[in-house]
Design a protein around this ligand. Sequence first.
Ligand code: GLU
Length: 307
Amino acid sequence: MSTTISTPASTSYVGRFAPSPTGPLHAGSLVAALASYLDARAHHGEWLVRIEDIDEGRSVAGADMAILALLESLGMVSDREVVWQSRRKSLYEAAAQQLGQHAYPCGCNRREILDSRLGVAPDGAAIYPGTCRHGLAPGRTMRSLRLRVPEGGADDVTFTDRFMGTLTQHLALDSGDFVLKRADGYWAYQLAVVVDDADQGVTDIVRGADLIDSTARQIYLQTLLGAPTPRYLHVPVVRNAAGEKLSKQTGALAVLPGDEPAAIAALLDAARFLGLPLERPGTLASFWRAAIPAWSAMLAEREGRQR
Ligand code: GLU
């Protein structure tokens, strides 16, 4: 299969911010939240928040509510009721059923996959050598559920990212058959995110570039599930002085509800990181009044340069 995605005509806009509640919001996730919010507002669209707590082992109790409270104190409130992935497992189950023969049980453990030395996908997962593709060997039991990807040569997925331009990724080479349901029983992020974006009618995904390598897998799943492919915009990832991606362990945002100067400072940092030339505003309302048109102007300028 060779998949080339063209940008759908814009009639309506549904965007989303989909944090994993593994800790408090940090400056890096604020950049993704802000970009998705500004893009939705600039398109007069809807902006949704979805709590991606599907990996219940990594979720931290209370982090979901802390993230929602922080977003609210910055002026970002979901236009629809917030959904939690941990409460939507029947949707993921139904999607896995729908995938039929594209999905298969895998009995390999992590060590066996690493030992095949095919290398590591850009997101850090070991590339699967296809051991169980044609059935479980006698005596092996299912550990995970995998998605069969097309063979090399027919495994390319091309899409246009509104920030990064046209990209081609290779499913067989870059990830191999990837996990839909994990050995610990949790549904994998790749499946859950595709099912939820389709179920919520998301037309535009704006998120951090650390997820760009997942995009081909998600587009492939969309085509198998008969779901439309949204437009994508990946914003640069915030790194600390040592060049490391800001993770949720480092640098939680210190903005208390009602602390307008701290809210403005955090938003202004994120906006400037995104390249918006904003003066320091006096109020949160004036931040938003300036930031939305500044985002539109920045995108128009980038798109002009790309042409
Ligand atoms: N839950 C993911 C994260 O917090 C984001 C998923 C997405 O935007 O597709 O990194």
